[in-house]
Design a protein around this ligand. Sequence first.
Ligand code: ASP
Ligand code: MG
Length: 412
Amino acid sequence: VDNSNIIVLKFGGTSVKDLDRINAVTDIIVKKYQRYKKIVVVVSAMSQETNRLIQYGLDLGGDIADREMDALLTTGEQVSMALLTMAIKKRGIKAFSLTGWQIPIQTNGVYSNARITNIDTQKILAQLTEQTIVVIPGFQGVDLDGNLNTLGRGGSDTSAVAISVSLKARVCEIYTDVKGVYTADPRICQDARKIEALTFEEMAELASEGSKVLHVRSVLFAAKNNIELRVLSSFEQNVGTVVSNEEKINQMMEKTLVTGIAHKTDEAKISIIGVADKPGVAHQIFKTLSNQNIYIDIIVQNVGQNGKNDISITIKQNQLKQALAILQKIQCDQLICNDNITTVTVVGFGMKSHSGVATVVFETLAKENINIDTITTSEIKITVLISKKYTELAVRALHKAFKLDQEKGMLL
Ligand code: ASP
Ligand code: MG
């Protein structure tokens, strides 16, 4: 097999939500097949199916991270896989379905949040050699003891990228219900535009800071292995958004200072006031939280005073109860929590070489009279934590300030 010609296509839940959609997606696959012949398709469960199954499981006393919950959830993707394979065959084209355990896609045994450790490509390649389209369910694998595992919500993107990496595919196309990756969430910012191309790093920051188009792990995986991603709509023909390495992106377009703005409204902030200012305290706090799989986003420690210190963290709102239960056991003066917050993040590769982005961010928010609670940065992003009621105002104002509503943006 000439691997350089393998194309991986991934279709999300809304793209396969009913039989009409499955037929529409089949059109796209057939067209690709006529040109490339070596096609692997990765599918999500039909839209809302995973939620429905989770609710069934919970109603009968199951737990999210149960062995049987994972057995249940893998069926969602398996249904799409089988139906899509039938639809392709009906067009007179050879197609063959392979589940995660049939391949096998080996995972590390962590229920509801497994990682892929290995993919055996033998069965897939055997089909591709015969120019048979292979259809694979996303979001799942099997551990060394034969237990089914799922990869975490949105994990089908990661399946698609992992399969692309293992097959050394030319490109991984991710079909969704929007035209690509946007400069901001179009639901709250009407001027948001589709981004033509951006680097893996920028995409990873946007994904982890709230852009829901791609699973963040899929982007990191693609970056590490230099697999080009294309985010496209399965509802209309378009060129989508290219996610690739810096070199390629620089060839494709003039670089702008800022690429996009992401926001998250599902976070909560906990301030641990007056903990002892001595070695080992932070370690103790974060060790206990991570042992309980509480995911911490932002960490800020203030300047200590009188032998005491304040530490603030942000976590997901749905882990707030659990986190508070743990932190109640820590010696401190007070625990304050606030789930009325939003994080807004400005992302751009241009920040690596240009200063002044922070100034524009703070100036813009000041003009709108928005108070900044917390600030964190990385090489290519600035995140501010603000009161939730200012979410839309902040996103729109920053979008305008960085000229993201204009064709060319703010050039470097
Ligand atoms: N079906 C899974 C979910 O809804 C995985 C995915 O669609 O990527 O999270
Ligand atoms: Mg998704």
